[in-house]
Design a protein around this ligand. Structure first.
Ligand code: F6R
Length: 608
């Protein structure tokens, strides 16, 4: 999971490559490099560390005159993050340079083959094999050499290739890793993601699996795996450039949390018309729905946690049994799934490889696929039978926040739609619930206004060594997400437990001063949770509770209470989630952690 940028045109390439890579650092940031055609040869500059180190090495690239090049920001998979293993990788004669995102599964056998032919390798990476193999296959036509090489690669790749033989062009290819092409005037681009080139063009081609593109400054030719030319439609991006920038906030994460009222509203608006649910080509008919015996919700990480909320909602409202699965487990556990099942796939990026492969597994067993995806045109969106787009816009901070809230928003509308079609709620109840949904953006705004209380609590506890999150029902699903958010950005150990499960072992870890965050928003479970709070308090825990204003009983037992507005239990997760995210954010800032780019993590996990 790395970031790739390529440029060919009339301007200096190096500053454009650096600027593009700076928008892709969320994809990986343990090393960075560029290759440009300079003074009749390929010049590669690369280094371990953040992009800034590379930029400093070449003084922002302003003294490099080349108008063609490729760049890369890396998240290591093969070989430790060091200068040599950084991309771009050169072939032995230094005539071909390659940047790569993905994993070449058969690189060892390819390497052995090339070594036997006398090829000398410098790095431990799978990517160097690609550069060497292209050179081995080169007989005077670089496009043919790339095409020939791709036939031998097993695994996933997004590639940018340049050659000293053809300094006026570069080649791009993809399989199971994202890559887009930007069409400009007298200049063209490739990138792993749209924000990297948004400053220069809004006209995009989305490369499909096994397609190869040849770009010069005034032409883009795209071929399928058989070498036939493909005609593609331009996808015009209408996001604000600002949407991909920090917009005055100190961190992308905070900016994105503040966008929640808007993006949740946008997502609802795309699914709701007045006080009715929109019925369009995505909607299931009652007849189709009646044939579905079971629903699987499959995703990873935060998206998986959204899926657990979805399970509670869909089962409760529609009565259809729902099973949730972590995608990396689902694909290997021989799930009992067939044409009578519906699989809901959730993914912000739409490129998470475990989730994509789980989708393919479910599809191959006959299940219909409905996906909830943020990135338009992503692999998961393209391979699904129907897609509900979350309208969160680009999410840059590694920790997912606004995308999670929009995933929940989409799940509420799905659950209500299914309940309606299964005649489990009447039209009055449906209207009432839809009207409650419409109030949620305003309620998230109120939570944001209360951020100081959360910040104050964090200020007193950011040295905590371990934090427990507990809740029951929907609050348990929320506790899992709160716990993940805290650990990934503040590096504090934390665990989520169902309130009633704590006493079956984990309570042994509660001692004087242990921090316990309790989500207490489910009316029917408040008294039970109050008992759980008493259990941990009597063992010395410090308790922060999140609850509706009306729940005075909770105030009487917790040390600190963060109130969310009074909202019925079913809809509370959408506002309580924002409290959890703010808490994790402040803990991370106070500890001095790199909020937007936590260690060991990358935004889009396109490797298994
Ligand atoms: C955590 C986080 C990850 C992602 C997970 C799935 O904040 O962002 O846990 O949720 O890697 O990613 P997507 O949704 O892109 O499939």
């Amino acid at each position: 999971m790395c970031g790739i940028v390529g440029y060919v045109g009339e301007r200096k390439a190096a500053p454009i490559l650096l600027s593009g890579l700076s928008k892709l650092e969320y994809r990986g940031y343990d090393s960075a490099g560029i290759a440009v055609y300079e003074k009749d040869r390929l010049q590669v500059i690369k280094t371990k560390g953040r992009l800034k180190a590379l930029s400093d090495m070449i003084d922002g690239g302003k003294n490099m005159s080349s108008t063609m090049g490729i760049g890369h920001t890396r998240w290591a998979t093969h070989g430790e993050p060091n200068d040599i293993n950084s991309h771009p990788h050169l072939s032995q004669s230094s005539e071909i340079a390659v940047v790569h995102n993905g994993i070449i599964e058969n690189y060892i056998s390819l390497k052995e083959f090339l070594v036997e032919k006398g090829v000398k390798f410098l790095s431990e990476t799978d990517t160097e094999v690609i550069a060497q193999l292209i050179e081995y296959n080169y007989r005077g036509d670089i496009v043919e050499a790339v095409m020939e090489t791709l036939k031998d690669l097993k695994g996933s790749y997004a590639l940018g290739v340049i050659s000293r033989h053809n300094p006026e062009m570069f080649i791009a290819a993809r399989k199971d890793s994202p890559l887009i092409i930007g069409a400009g005037k007298n200049e063209n681009f490739i990138a792993s993601d749209i924000p990297a080139i948004l400053e220069y063009t809004r006209d995009i081609y989305i490369l499909e699996d096994k397609e190869v593109a040849v770009l010069t400054k005034d032409s883009i030719k795209i071929y399928n795996e058989y070498g036939q030319m493909v005609n593609k439609k331009i996808f015009h991006v209408d996001w604000d450039v600002d949407a991909a920038e920090k917009g005055g906030f100190e961190h992308f994460m905070m900016k994105e949390i503040f966008e929640e009222p808007k993006v949740v509203k946008d997502t609802f608006n795309s699914r709701i018309n007045g006080d009715l649910l929109k019925q369009d080509s995505l909607s299931f008919t009652a007849e189709q729905l009646n044939k579905i015996e079971k629903i699987f919700i499959v995703a990873c990480g935060t998206a998986y946690h959204a899926g657990i909320v979805g399970k509670y909602l869909i089962e409760d409202l529609s009565g259809i049994p729902v099973e949730t699965d972590v995608a990396s487990e689902f694909r290997y556990r021989n799930p009992i799934i067939n044409e009578k099942c519906l699989t809901i796939i959730i993914s912000q990026s739409g490129e998470t490889i475990d989730t994509l492969f789980a989708l393919r597994e479910a599809k191959s067993r006959g299940s219909k696929i409905l996906s909830i995806v943020n990135v338009v045109g992503s692999s998961i969106a393209r391979e699904s039978d129907s897609v509900i787009y979350t309208l969160a816009g680009p999410e840059i901070a590694v920790a997912s926040t606004k995308a999670y809230n929009t995933q929940l928003a989409a799940l509420y509308t799905i659950a209500l739609d299914f309940a309606n079609k299964k005649n489990r709620i009447n039209s009055e109840e449906l209207k009432e619930k839809i009207n409650t949904l419409k109030e949620i953006p305003g309620q998230i705004e109120k939570v944001l206004e209360k951020r100081e209380g959360i910040q104050k609590f964090a200020a007193n506890h950011y040295n905590a060594k371990s934090v427990f999150f507990i809740g029951r029902g929907l609050d348990y699903a929320l506790a899992m997400e709160g716990s993940l958010k805290l650990k990934e950005i503040s590096y504090i150990h934390s665990e989520a437990y169902a309130g009633g499960e704590l006493k079956h072992g984990t309570i042994a870890l509660i001692e004087k001063g242990t921090l316990v965050l309790c989500s207490v928003t489910q009316d029917a479970l408040i008294e039970k949770m109050v008992s759980n709070i008493r259990e941990v308090k009597s063992r010395g825990a410090v308790v922060m509770a999140i609850t509706q204003e009306k729940n005075k009983l909770v105030e009487s037992v917790a040390d600190t209470v963060i109130n969310i507005p009074d909202i019925s239990s079913m809809f509370a997760p959408l506002t309580a989630a924002t409290v959890m995210q703010l808490f994790a954010y402040y803990m991370s800032v106070l500890k001095g952690c790199d909020v937007d780019k936590p260690r060991n993590l990358a935004k889009s996990v396109t490797v298994e």
